[in-house]
Write a protein that binds this ligand. Structure first.
Ligand SMILES: [Zn+2]
Length: 254
């Protein structure tokens, strides 16, 4: 007899309102800013509550790393474990990225994804089980010091906003094809199947600082590569403000 298993967090109050995001998708979004982030670089940018932003494969297959902070309080940042707990280990359309307690609320919601693979199940293009590459992990993989890494690029991105290494914790990996062996729990990556023009679009549930790194692993087919492509960012107005997320009970002061 099969073991009985249940999903956590079934209460309807906290389920995603897909009808709301259908409205966001249907609205005529107005482009307010577009820029390119070149290889071996990172860039930070603000996205207002109710705006969307796209991370776009600009010229060739290229993976990237994206981190999020509440623009008004950088203590509130993406929590990959909370996100995994509620929405799964990879992001899909109508999936949300969550902050940790005491806030524990969606920071962004994915409203569009043009890559075909991410609509599958066992593999993902948008996951957060591999964190970001760092000088240490690059040295561990290659035996060489001095290689570029997403950690350096993300630090470059957030320094103009007054943030530093102590603020840099977790991120989502975009366009990175990845899967988890269900028996061993080990991670496997493969060359991205994202093509030029493919993008993922996020709806901002709060005022955000976002950081993007163009990962030096390129298309993810090999760890050290000289073939890198830029990524583009587009920010859009939607004229639709986010729905209020329910307030948690104030147990600390009651
Ligand atoms: Zn990287």
């Amino acid at each position: 007899m099969a073991e009985e298993r249940g999903l956590f967090f079934q209460h309807p109050r906290y389920r995603v309102d897909t009808g709301f995001y259908d409205k966001v998708r249907a609205t005529n979004r107005q482009l307010v800013e577009r820029f390119i982030v070149s290889p071996y670089n990172g860039r930070g940018f603000n996205v207002k509550r109710g705006q969307t932003f796209r991370v776009i494969e600009e010229e060739g297959p290229q993976v990237g790393d994206v981190a999020f902070w509440n623009a008004d309080n950088p203590m509130e940042t993406l929590s990959c474990l909370r996100t995994w707990e509620v929405d799964g280990w990879w992001l899909k359309v109508d999936g949300r990225l969550w902050s940790d307690v005491p806030w524990f609320r969606p920071m962004v919601t994915c409203i569009e994804d043009t890559t075909a693979l991410a609509k599958g199940g066992e593999e993902a293009h948008y996951h957060f089980v591999a964190s970001h590459c760092s000088p240490e992990s690059q040295e561990m993989r290659s035996g060489r010091a001095g290689l570029n890494s997403c950690r350096l690029n993300l630090l470059q991105a957030i320094e103009p906003f007054g943030l530093s290494e102590e603020n840099l914790r977790e991120n989502i990996d975009v366009f990175t094809r990845f899967f988890v062996d269900p028996n061993s729990g080990k991670l496997y990556g493969g060359r991205t199947e994202a093509d030029p023009g493919d993008y993922i679009e996020f709806y901002a549930e709060m005022d955000l600082l976002v950081a993007l790194s163009v990962c030096p692993t390129g298309d993810y087919s090999t760890i050290n590569t000289d073939v890198l492509w830029p990524l583009a960012i587009e920010i859009y107005d939607t004229d639709i403000q986010p729905e209020e997320f329910p307030q948690w009970s104030d147990w600390r002061h009651s």
